[in-house]
Every structure is written in structure tokens, then in C-alpha cells.
Ligand binder design. Structure first.
Ligand code: ADP
Length: 512
């Protein structure tokens, strides 16, 4: 009997047409994939950082040569406009390679730290060494950068990597596999596998040395549970329900334009999209009217000059529909857009703005991941902060005001992993900043220095030249207790008694 090779079907969500079939990685191959990754690890680990970076730079060249082709693949597979494939998937990846190339040496080098007087005569430093085999499981909304950036960070730090991209966008997965091949990474250093949940689950059970996951809260919890069984460390980048706070003194035209972009870019399928907008009451109506005008001017489609593409994942349509229906049933008002019973069957959902929304509704509390934007008035700074912090998520947020002092004050009180003032989302684009969430938005950080450090063990080293015969704190203890008492009183008092310290230390030495 021979087993049938299973295939993942890539469907263009914009046209509904099948665009490719990609061979799935059989579950039976998982062990062999790990064996290959483990075999490749010592050689890759022992390369210098500079040598590893040459592979990343080669990959950058390959990506640059194929830029148009890759953005077309991303657009076909996700339904997003090519402009966004380029600016939001490819650009962050290219920028991350630049950032990693320039920072890896200094971030990963051995660092000398202070040694306390209690360890007199020694040196202390921190060394970083790679963890081993890193498993990266990535999602479909930014299928290129959300896979590439963690993979490249883990590689630069000296790990070998197994990447399982989302089965929803398999063509991008295949494309990444081919790019790594073209860049000439040594055999087994980075392996891309193709499949869905089952494959993801099988990979997490095979005891990787680290799991980097981006996706839903539901799957994040499953992965964390599995990882706990073998004490495998993880980073979880999960959902968001990002608030945008617009004060009356903000540049309202700018805020309205910014809100529309932040809510509808990638059809709202962004963990950091503006998912709920709180507007100070005196400018509420004006803001809503400006938002309506902006939304109604947008072009739906995936041609070069279009603004908003299609949804990517059919199941997401249903979530948007349910949240909107519930809100409408409870009195929400559509400012622009359409109620679900007027939608057609396609994946281009109407860009919908709703008002008269209550804080307890699902549309405010649960991640929508679609082109649906609720707008709510507020009456005071405290109320805005309270509303903004009142969800289970805490990824990003934005504060809009011409009073920078106020904007900063409010930003500091938001319980989130990042905040943007007078713009939205874009903190993610700065590779020097850490990225990650609080509450159910995730565990851990990447980008910035953290992006490399999470993929390393930190090793503390204390070094003695080994010339003395003994140490004061070694045996024998006889007669040392009262000396220690005096020593610590002199040493730990707010104003150190140096004479007492030296005297006690010399006495301890004599007894050692
Ligand atoms: P999203 O809806 O954002 O794609 P998911 O959490 O469903 O979020 O999927 C994100 C990634 O996690 C995908 O690559 C998917 O195949 C993978 N995945 C889903 N379920 C599991 C699981 N039980 N174990 C490991 N990976 C999984």
C-alpha cells in the first residue's frame, strides 16, 4: 500500500480561483526534519556572527531581485493589495535584515559587568549562546514578515530553524522555502514545512528548544500547554483590540485619515489595527463625518491603484458578520457600510463604521480582524483611559492630541505593549523597538535587542585567575561568624565604613 501525498490548495481569496497546490509535509517526516535540524546545529552555531550574517545578506539580495514576483505572490495568496504586500510584508523583512546585520555583533557579544567587592579579585561577564532548534509557527495575515523576521533573528543568533507557515497562505510558504534555497543556506539550517494544525501540533510535540508562535489566542494557549509539558520556552504573539483615543484638540482631519488607514489596512486583518475609536464628545460628529468621507473614497480591489484588498480567510467573514449583527441587534448604527444581509458572497467585505456602540459588546471586547470600525464618544481623559484598558487585550494603542504632554500622560497609563502618538500601528515598523503584547496579547518580545536575545541562553561567567590558595568564604568557618557580622554591618550600611570593611576582610583572609 502506498500513502497518497496530501496537498494544500492555494486559493486566491480575491477571485476564488485555485492558484496552486502545494505538497504537504507528511507527519511521518517530522522526526527526520528535527534530526536534520539538530545535525546542522553545531556547524551553524560555530560559524562567526559575521559569517551567518552573510547568508542573511544573500537572502536580502535574492528578495530584492524578486521583489515584484514576491509581492505578486503575497497579494494573490492573501487578497491584499500589492502596495501593502510591498510596504507591510517585504519592507519590514528587508529592514529587519538590515537591523540584525548591524546590531547582532554588539547585542550578542560577551558583556563585562561589575563584580561586587564580596567577590574581590574576580571578573564577571555575560555570554550568549544559541538554544538549538527553534520552531517558528506563523499566521496568514502578514505571511511573509511574521515568518521571516523571527526566523532570521533565530538564525542570526546561531540556531537552526523549522518554519511552519500558515496553511491558509501556502503559496507564500512555498515561496519562502525557495528563497532560502536560492540564498544558499546550508542543508538543514532552515527547513520550511507545509501543513496545517496537525503538522503544527506534531512539531510542537517533538521537543524543539524554543517555540516562536504568532497567531490566535486559542492556538497560543494550546501551544503553551504543550510546551509546558517539556518546559520549552516560548514567545507568543497573539491578538489585539487596539484602542485609538482622539482628543478634541487633535488635528481632526489627520486623525480621521489615520483612523481609516489604521482600521482598514489589510482589510482590518491586523493584530494592531485600530479596532475601536474613542473620540472626545465635542468633536465626535465632525470626526465621524470626516471618517465617512474618507472611507467612501477608498477603492476596493487588488489592482495597483486600489486601496483595500479582500479578506484572506473565509472563516473570518463569519466572525465579522456575527459581531456586526450582535451590535446592530443591540442598537448600533451603521454610519457607512452595509449590514450583513446586504453583503454579497465574495471576500471583499463592505468597509463599515458603526456608532451607538456599548463597551460591553463583542465588537468592542473581542478581536474582529476585519473591516469593521466602532466609534464611541468619551467625556474625560480618565474615561478614555478606562475604556481603552477595558479589554482582555493589550497589544498597541494610539493617542491623538496636539497637547504632547497630555498624549504622553495618557500613553503611559495604557496597559499595552506599545503606543503610538498622533499616528497608529507604526511602532512595529521600527526594528529598534521591542514588539509584543500584555494580557492576552501575548508573552515575550521580539524586534529590538530582544529579537536576538530571546533565541539565546544567557550564561553568567565569573572568572578568577586561580592564584590564591583559598577564598574567605570557603572552609574552615571556625571563628568567622563574628567577623562576618562586623563585615556586613560595615559593608551594607548606607554609608559604607571602609576601615571596618578592610579590617574584617583581612581578618577573614587570615582565617582562610
Ligand atoms: P490564525 O487564525 O491567525 O491563522 P491560528 O492560531 O489558527 O491563527 O494559526 C496560526 C498558526 O498556528 C498556523 O500556522 C496554524 O497552522 C498553526 N496551528 C493551528 N493550530 C495549531 C496547533 N494545535 N498546534 C500548533 N500549531 C497550530
Amino acid at each position: 500500500m502506498h500513502s497518497v501525498q496530501r496537498k494544500l490548495t492555494a486559493i486566491s481569496p480575491a477571485t476564488g480561483k485555485v492558484i496552486a497546490e502545494i505538497e504537504e509535509t507528511p507527519l511521518g517526516k517530522v522526526s527526520a526534519i528535527y534530526e536534520q535540524a539538530r545535525a546542522a546545529f553545531p556547524v551553524w552555531r560555530d560559524l562567526s556572527i559575521a559569517e551567518r550574517i552573510t547568508y542573511l545578506k544573500k537572502l536580502k539580495e535574492v528578495i530584492l531581485t524578486e521583489l515584484e514576483n514576491i509581492s505578486a505572490i503575497i497579494s494573490d495568496d492573501t487578497g491584499k493589495v500589492k502596495t501593502e504586500a510591498l510596504t507591510a510584508d517585504l519592507m519590514p523583512t528587508l529592514d529587519a535584515i538590515g537591523h540584525i546585520s548591524t546590531s547582532a555583533q554588539s547585542v550578542l557579544k560577551r558583556k563585562r559587568v561589575k563584580t561586587p567587592l564580596l567577590l574581590f579579585g574576580k571578573k564577571s561577564y555575560i555570554e550568549y549562546f544559541p538554544r538549538g532548534v527553534v520552531l517558528v509557527i506563523s499566521p496568514w495575515n502578514y505571511p511573509f514578515q511574521l515568518a521571516m523576521v523571527p526566523v532570521l533573528s533565530a538564525l542570526a543568533a546561531g540556531n537552526t530553524v523549522i518554519l511552519k507557515p500558515s496553511e491558509v497562505t501556502p503559496l507564500v510558504g512555498k515561496c519562502m522555502e525557495q528563497l532560502f534555497k536560492k540564498a544558499g543556506f546550508p542543508e538543514g539550517v532552515v527547513q520550511v514545512v507545509h501543513g496545517g494544525k496537525e503538522l503544527g501540533a506534531a512539531l510542537t510535540k517533538e521537543k524543539p528548544d524554543y517555540i516562536f508562535f504568532t497567531g490566535s489566542v486559542k492556538t497560543g494557549k494550546i501551544i503553551q500547554e504543550q510546551a509546558a509539558k517539556d518546559l520549552i520556552p516560548t514567545t507568543l504573539e497573539l491578538g489585539g483590540k487596539d484602542p485609538m483615543i482622539v482628543f478634541a484638540d487633535a488635528n481632526i482631519e489627520r486623525a480621521a485619515k489615520g483612523a481609516v488607514w489604521a482600521a482598514f489596512t489589510n482589510s482590518g486583518q491586523v493584530c494592531m489595527s485600530a479596532e475601536r475609536i474613542y473620540v472626545e464628545r465635542p468633536v465626535f460628529r465632525k470626526f465621524v463625518e470626516l471618517v465617512k468621507k474618507e472611507v467612501e473614497a477608498l477603492r476596493h480591489g487588488i489592482e495597483e491603484n486600489d486601496d483595500v484588498g479582500s479578506m484572506t480567510f473565509p472563516a473570518q467573514r463569519e466572525i465579522v458578520r456575527q459581531q456586526l449583527e450582535e451590535a446592530l441587534a443591540e442598537g448600533a448604527v451603521i454610519e457607512t457600510g452595509k449590514p450583513p444581509h446586504e453583503w454579497d458572497d465574495g471576500m471583499f467585505l463592505p468597509l463599515t463604521v458603526v456608532s451607538n456602540v456599548q463597551q460591553r459588546m463583542k465588537i468592542i471586547q473581542e478581536e474582529t480582524f476585519g473591516p469593521l470600525l466602532p466609534v464611541i464618544p468619551f467625556d474625560s481623559e480618565e474615561e478614555a483611559i478606562k475604556y481603552a484598558n477595558d479589554t482582555e487585550y493589550g497589544l498597541n494603542a494610539s493617542v491623538w492630541s496636539s497637547d504632547i504632554g497630555k498624549a504622553r500622560r495618557v500613553a503611559s497609563k495604557l496597559i499595552t505593549g506599545s503606543v503610538v502618538i498622533n499616528d497608529a500601528i507604526i511602532s512595529f515598523v521600527n526594528q529598534s523597538l521591542p514588539f509584543g503584547g500584555v494580557k492576552k496579547s501575548g508573552i515575550g518580545r521580539y524586534h529590538g535587542n530582544a529579537g536576538l536575545l530571546i533565541f539565546c541562553h544567557e550564561k553568567a561567567v565569573v572568572e578568577d585567575l586561580g592564584k590564591r590558595i583559598s577564598e574567605v568564604y570557603w572552609y574552615p568557618y571556625k571563628g568567622k561568624y563574628p567577623i562576618y557580622l562586623n563585615f556586613f554591618k560595615s559593608y551594607f550600611s548606607e554609608k559604607k565604613d571602609w576601615v571596618g570593611i578592610v579590617k574584617s576582610y583581612l581578618k577573614l583572609m587570615k582565617k582562610s
